[in-house]
Design a protein around this ligand. Sequence first.
Ligand SMILES: Nc1ncnc2c1ncn2[C@@H]1O[C@H](COP(=O)(O)OP(=O)(O)OP(=O)(O)O)[C@@H](O)[C@H]1O
Ligand SMILES: [Mg+2]
Length: 210
Amino acid sequence: MGRGLFISLEGGEGSGKSTQAKRLKEWLESQGQCVLLTREPGGTPLAEQLRQVIFEPAAALDAVTESLLFQAARTHHTTHKILPALAEGQVVITDRYLDSTRVYQGVLGEKSVAWVDELHRLTAGDVWPDMTLLLDIPAEIGLPRAKSRGDATRFEAMDIEAHEKIRQGFLQLAAAEPKRFVMIDASKSLDEVSAQMQAAVQKLLERGDA
Ligand SMILES: Nc1ncnc2c1ncn2[C@@H]1O[C@H](COP(=O)(O)OP(=O)(O)OP(=O)(O)O)[C@@H](O)[C@H]1O
Ligand SMILES: [Mg+2]
């Protein structure tokens, strides 16, 4: 049986990942695809428990422990949910994946992107998305959107400058891998963003074996 397609959605807080992940799933299903929508950190009961630990405001995690917790969640999620779905030929959409750790703990944090990548190689079978949709949005637009939801985690309690640094981190990763990353202008309307994403995924379907 053919292998499915693995799509990750990345971008800063309030860029619209969770909103668009659901829309993309619905669109793919309307095209007859079997879709698994999942998220990180999380995606399995154990990884969701780790998510709570990671986002606990009083956790006081050092950089290495934090990275290891993210990667423990990712390994469990990859092994027990993503890979089995791909083996069945499903399209897997994940709301954040490795690139979020590469930006937050690698580009911006105390560890390097190479360190994050090596950890992933050692622990999660070096699984990479076939396509990463980067929902790019200026901090001035994205931050108010994130705050408007009123459920800020410790990662979201940040200012415009921090938000813009995250944006630049994602742009840096995208520039290094122009084949895997597809830039999405997330400042547009919901429908316009969905259309950009559908066009990208349509191309992936045409060249993939799903
Ligand atoms: N294109 C858009 N235009 C206007 N509002 C939007 C758009 N996309 C998303 N929103 C709104 O912005 C808020 C944040 O969107 P969403 O939760 O999807 O972002 P996110 O990328 O998942 O954020 P986080 O990384 O914090 O989970 C929501 O209230 C959503 O309804
Ligand atoms: Mg979200």
